[in-house]
Ligand binder design. Structure first.
Ligand code: CUA
Length: 179
């Protein structure tokens, strides 16, 4: 291979690489200055400053709520260093929708052995849909380093037989933490 061809080819590749870098940097800068940066999973926004004052994440609205179609929506707020509520009861064999947001920094939300695994980013609502086939107890650890109390940040989800869940009051659905 003549040297001039090698040099020309290398120069072209160098130009292509430089152009790709410029495009990627431009995307980051443009999305940054136009406030368009968001987590890849969801673009639903919420104001973390007023979470506890208004909207769907006020304290009285947290926990498991039964929808008109029989599915269940679970709303949770992640904050340094716990989840609110710390424990939720949900029915087995029922479509579930977890809606979760953060009051401060980036947290993680994971239920082992299920498809539930998401980042929780302040300013955004993360939504995950799942269904438990059988009753059981699951732990929900925060799996995103969020500060010095990170390792102690976790909650519980208690999956009950469908019929048993139906008999619970709204308060019992939300509060199953051991006293
Ligand atoms: Cu919250 Cu780690």
């Amino acid at each position: 291979m003549p040297e001039e061809i090698v040099v020309r080819t290398e120069k072209r590749w160098l130009m292509i690489m430089a152009a790709m870098l410029v495009v990627m940097m431009a995307v980051i800068v443009v999305t940054g200055v136009t406030d368009a940066l968001h987590p890849s999973s969801n673009v639903e926004i919420v104001d973390p400053q007023t979470l506890h004052l208004q909207g769907e994440f006020v304290e009285s609205n947290l926990g498991a709520a039964v929808e008109p179609d029989g599915s269940v929506t679970v709303r949770i707020v992640a904050q340094q260093y716990n989840f609110v509520p710390i424990c939720v009861r949900v029915p087995a064999e029922t479509p579930l929708r977890f809606r979760i947001t953060s009051a401060d920094v980036v947290h993680g939300f994971l239920i082992p052995d299920t498809n539930v695994n998401t980042m929780v980013v302040p300013g955004f609502v993360s939504e995950v849909r799942t269904m438990f086939a059988a009753p059981g107890e699951y732990r929900m650890p925060c799996h995103e380093f969020c500060g010095f109390g990170h390792q102690a940040m976790w909650a519980n989800v208690s999956v009950l037989p469908k019929e048993q869940f139906a008999g619970l009051s709204p308060v019992e659905r939300t509060n199953c933490a051991p006293e």
